[in-house]
Design a protein around this ligand. Structure first.
Ligand code: PLP
Length: 445
């Protein structure tokens, strides 16, 4: 059965390649723009296609395989039935009801009165908010410090803005057991040593994808002090802000003294309400910074889907009222995920793997160097170990994960190419199916 499935998948891949090649045009001069050089590879494109071809149990890409909560689904249905204006363009920089609800909601958290029309830009997911930030604020030759591991799109976005990415890795604290993401820390000296007169911004992601690290207030203060001392911007990707476990607390760096004016906070309704396909996100910060992101937005996407924004607005209005109570979805989702996190961790441990327990987010990484497999027939010769391993796992065992070296710079990826990432925002039945695969396999070893 497995052989037939593999064969069918291989035939599908060959057919698609033939179809693609058939349509090629020839030009006497270079076809693609130079800004595409070095940014064409994308881990999501590659591994989403692999999952589509082989139909594995999918703990790869970060999206829930369960429905969003009832209230947000109903809000979407209501929006669609809400009259002609719900189907037409709305305000380009964010539907008025949404920017008002976001401003009201986050003013309380940031401790700063957020202006709905000046300080917020609604975007096509957090992805577009990041793109607008890099395009609007990074110039040719500017250096951008990125803390590793990082969500992979930061690097190509810096390159497309003609900036230079400079990397600082989180490292396991000396003498630590390394079994919690909290054991991975940023060296203040190393970070400071990367700042040059060309440095324009520092990029952080908390809770972090893929490690699950939730930056502590002191760590954020250290980054904030550096930003203020050297007059730097801070891009902070907080799409998993509600997902923290075991008492870890998410702190917004924008709420620290002196940081509101220089911080662009990126958020995602897709991650907040388990509706990643809606692609509603935002960039938030001082109006004097956000106005530049609006220029990129107005000259590219211009506008985001009205009904989805209306529904997200309803979601935030509800969450404002229920904030901190057990009825709040921002309390319920982490509670559900807390159990799934434990379930996945004990499954991995039971087959002899040592996962790094995430303090936040919905991913867990584990070192697979103890697993002995022959990867000769998987991936290309110069491909890193984890890429080959993940391909092998999909094709031979029917389980999709993501290689962790994709979240590191070329200079540090070798140090982390024995780790793979599992996503646990999945139905228990999906996690059970993954467990079955791992157990069966561990018994045959
Ligand atoms: C850290 C991080 N930032 C941004 C995004 C993109 O979010 P969105 O789907 O809202 O564009 C993701 C998606 O996985 C992510 O993990």
């Amino acid at each position: 059965m497995g052989i037939i499935r593999n064969l069918a998948a291989h035939v599908g891949v060959i057919r698609q390649t033939l179809l693609r090649n058939h349509k090629r045009i020839t030009m006497s001069r270079r076809l693609h723009a130079r800004r595409l050089d070095g940014v064409d590879k994308n881990v999501w494109v590659e591994f989403t296609q692999l999952a589509a071809d082989y139909k594995p149990v999918n703990l790869g890409q970060g999206f829930p395989d369960f429905s969003p909560p009832q209230f947000i689904q109903e809000a979407f249905c209501e929006a669609v039935k809400g009259g002609p204006e719900m189907h037409q363009y709305t305000r380009a920089f964010g539907h008025p009801r949404l920017v008002k609800s976001l401003a009201k909601f986050f003013s309380r958290i940031v401790g700063h009165e957020i202006d709905p029309f000046e300080d917020i830009l609604v975007t096509v997911g957090a992805y577009q908010a990041l793109f607008c930030a890099f395009q609007a604020l990074i110039d040719e030759g500017d250096e951008v410090i990125i803390v590793e591991p990082f969500f992979d799109c930061y690097q190509p976005m810096v390159l497309m803005a003609k900036g230079k990415a400079v990397y600082v890795p989180l490292r396991p604290r000396e003498g630590s057991s390394v079994l919690s993401s909290g054991d991975w820390v940023l060296s203040a000296e190393e970070l400071a040593s990367k700042v040059t007169p060309r440095t324009k911004a520092i990029v952080i992601n908390t809770p972090n994808n893929p490690l699950g690290k939730v930056y502590k207030r002191e760590e954020l203060q250290m980054i904030a002090d550096l930003c203020i001392k050297h007059d730097l911007l801070c891009f902070t990707d907080e799409v998993y802000e509600w997902l923290t476990y075991d008492g870890a607390k998410h702190v917004k760096i924008a709420s620290l003294p002196g940081m509101w004016e220089r911080t662009i906070t990126v958020g995602s309704a897709g991650k907040s309400f388990s509706a990643t396909g809606w692609k509603v996100g935002w960039a938030m910060g001082s109006g004097h910074v956000i106005k530049h992101l609006k220029v990129i937005h107005q000259n590219s996407v211009y506008h985001c889907a009205t009904a989805a924004q209306e529904a997200v607005a309803c979601g935030f209005e509800r969450e404002y009222e229920l904030f901190g109570t057990p009825e709040s979805y921002f309390q319920q989702l982490p509670a559900v995920l807390h159990n799934k996190r434990r379930k996945l961790a004990s499954c991995l441990q039971s087959v002899g793997l040592q996962p790094i327990m995430p303090e936040g987010g919905y991913f867990m990484i584990t070192d697979v160097s103890s697993v002995k497999v022959d990867l000769n027939d998987h991936g290309t010769k110069d491909e890193s170990y984890d890429f080959k391993f993940v391909k092998w796992l999909v094709k031979e065992k029917g389980l999709a994960t993501i290689p962790v070296s994709a979240f590191f710079s070329p200079e540090h990826s070798k140090e982390f190419d024995k780790y793979i990432r599992f996503c646990f925002v999945k139905e228990d039945s999906t996690l059970d199916a993954a467990e079955n695969i791992l157990r069966k396999w561990s018994q045959t070893k």
